[in-house]
Design a protein around this ligand. Structure first.
Ligand SMILES: NC(=O)c1ccc[n+]([C@@H]2O[C@H](COP(=O)([O-])OP(=O)(O)OC[C@H]3O[C@@H](n4cnc5c(N)ncnc54)[C@H](O)[C@@H]3O)[C@@H](O)[C@H]2O)c1
Ligand SMILES: Nc1ncnc2c1ncn2[C@@H]1O[C@H](COP(=O)(O)OP(=O)(O)OP(=O)(O)O)[C@@H](O)[C@H]1O
Length: 519
């Protein structure tokens, strides 16, 4: 018996053990049976333990193989990234669309699962921008034919001017032997590289301009017929086109409200035809992620509209082909907190879900029609900053540093510089100079309860709202920047706009001859 049971045990077969026992049980006395039964149970428990241990070992081995496989995949991905990062472009001269400035383009290769996590590679994958489920399957991202529309993905890679080594990113601060130092800071131009050609575009155009409308019609036809793209227009613009001719029935649009919240899921690219206000207008339609924006100059000043409308086909061909430098223009997220809400809820943060404004230029708080000076209390991360007594205060992004804030005496700041400008409007104090605060602070501008008059908040010059005594305006940097395509690259475009649009430091240069005759 013992040999049979030993064999059954070795074969990890508890059923056979029990069958053996039952066959032999009828022949012996009760005591023998009990002894046999306990031995059988003991053998069965050993058998089960061995089976469980074997299964655990097998699972551990499988997990090890899985980890090994994933590590090799990552290694292959990293080798691809490291080995192929030297996709250098020859530096371009002027605004030749076909070339990209001398940057290193680093491609991080991730499996789809890794995209859904966080991109461990050197790039920021577009899925990271959308990973909060804003484009999850339940959102209504159906295209005009009712088919589920899968957005085109792209990579944002950190590029470094002229860096020939593989190392595409540098730690800003490193600590060795207790010495804190900042590595050599490299200028990083962000490059957009399409994973596949964009297939859907939304066009925003300046209203009441026949010249702009004519170009819009030509562009819509070209995008549809030559590039095979889905084209979205604003509802009233689409209606105008359809009233004129039914050749535009292919043009799609959106309804207001809920529908526009998922526009970023259906659109791969945004085109603006107009001036800076049209860029601001288009950006204001996206209260979350913003698709890459190509802005054609068809307004008056055009500080943020680098592309020339008369060569839109060549420009769009190059942008669609990519890779292309972009500027991530940070936005401010602003919320008005009413005094009543402050009293009701302890932390003064009873904010309705959609009750916020995203501004690309600035939020200004001014005295409106009131003849009294505004009187505001300013806090940064709940620490008191100062009182403002004057015509008001501008809280601006670096993109907006060349707009209202500049007119009020603020500095001009490169749009890629992370920061928040704090600029008074005609302050009643000779010592109140503009500040530039870090991008990570949360500002609160409070209208004191004992304030003589109210104040008015306006967001990129629009949507003015009154702030009564006790109300507050809170703002901080939004996680959703506006990615605007550059003509050449961020710094060239910024300096070109400052020189051409604002005539910065344009002055007559002293002639060569020396009035004192000395050499
Ligand atoms: N005193 C002023 O300079 C003043 C007063 C109010 C508003 N603004 C600006 O106008 C903006 C609204 O623009 P709009 O086109 O809807 O109104 P708008 O048509 O009145 O244009 C205002 C002017 O500001 C220019 N502008 C806008 N954004 C700019 C930027 N980032 N850099 C440089 N110039 C810029 C525009 O090109 C335009 O010439 C507001 O966000 C505010 O910055 C300026
Ligand atoms: N699609 C649109 N629908 C409604 N209003 C718009 C639209 N596009 C722009 N606007 C508004 O029209 C006004 C003028 O537009 P825009 O600023 O682009 O032209 P501009 O003032 O001639 O050019 P610039 O701003 O470069 O000087 C702006 O106040 C803007 O808010």
């Amino acid at each position: 018996m013992v040999e049979d049971q030993a064999q059954a045990c070795k074969d990890h077969n508890p059923t056979r053990l029990m069958q053996d026992f039952l066959e032999k049980a009828t022949s012996g006395s009760m005591d023998d049976m009990l002894v046999e039964f306990s031995e059988t149970l003991l053998n069965m428990s050993n058998c089960l333990r061995i089976a469980v241990e074997s299964k655990a070992r097998a699972m551990e081995e499988a997990a090890q193989w899985k980890r090994k496989y994933e590590f090799e995949c990552l290694q292959n991905g990293a080798e691809e990234a490291g080995g192929l990062s030297a996709n250098y472009r020859t530096s371009s001269s002027g605004s030749d669309f076909n070339s990209v400035p001398d940057v290193a383009i680093v491609q991080g290769h991730h499996s789809h699962e890794q995209h859904l996590g966080c991109s461990e590679g050197p790039g920021i994958s577009s899925c990271d921008i959308f990973k909060n489920g804003m484009c999850s399957s339940e959102s209504n991202n159906l295209d005009g034919r009712g088919l589920l529309y899968q957005k085109v993905l792209f990579n944002l890679a950190w590029g470094c001017d002229g860096i020939k080594d593989q190392h595409a990113k540098h730690d800003i601060v490193s600590c060795e032997r207790g010495d804190i130092r900042t590595d050599i800071r490299r200028s990083k131009q962000i490059i957009l590289e399409w994973k596949s050609a964009p297939r859907s575009v939304a066009i925003f155009m300046k209203p009441n301009s026949p010249h702009v409308q004519a170009l819009c019609k030509e562009m819509v036809k070209w995008l549809k017929e030559d590039k095979g793209m889905n084209v979205f227009l604003e509802p009233d613009v689409r209606k105008e086109l359809l009233d004129e001719s039914n050749t535009y029935t292919f043009v799609q649009t959106w309804k207001t409200g809920e529908d526009i919240k998922t526009l970023h899921c259906k659109v791969d690219l945004v085109i603006t035809l107009g001036g800076d206000g049209t860029v601001l207008w288009a950006a204001s339609k996206f209260k979350g992620p913003v698709p890459p924006v190509v802005s054609f100059a068809m307004g008056s000043l055009g500080f943020m509209t680098p592309f020339k409308s008369d060569c839109f086909k060549e420009c769009l061909r190059n942008v669609i082909k990519g890779p292309w430098p972009i500027t991530l223009r940070h936005r401010l997220c602003c919320r008005i907190v009413r005094a009543a809400d402050c009293q009701e809820s302890t932390n003064c943060r009873k904010i309705l879900e959609d009750d916020f404004h995203l501004v690309l230029n600035e939020v200004s708080i001014d005295r409106g029609m009131s003849s009294f000076l505004t009187f505001l209390e300013c806090y940064s991360d709940n620490s008191f900053v100062t009182y403002v007594q004057g015509d008001g205060l501008i809280i601006s992004t670096t993109s907006g540093s060349t707009a209202y804030s500049l007119a009020a005496g603020g500095s001009m700041v490169h749009p890629q510089v992370p920061g928040i400008l704090f600029t008074p409007i005609c302050p009643h104090s000779l010592s109140f100079r503009p500040l530039i605060l870090p991008e990570y602070v949360t500002l609160r501008i409070q209208v004191p309860l004992h304030s003589r008059g109210q104040a008015w908040a306006s967001f990129d010059g629009k949507d003015r709202q009154i702030l009564q005594a006790g109300d507050a305006l809170e703002c901080n940097m939004s996680e959703w920047p506006v990615p605007t395509m550059c003509e050449v690259e961020s710094t060239c475009d910024f300096l070109h706009s400052v020189q051409e649009c604002l005539h910065w430091n344009m002055k007559k240069i002293h002639c060569a001859d020396n009035p004192e005759g000395q050499l």
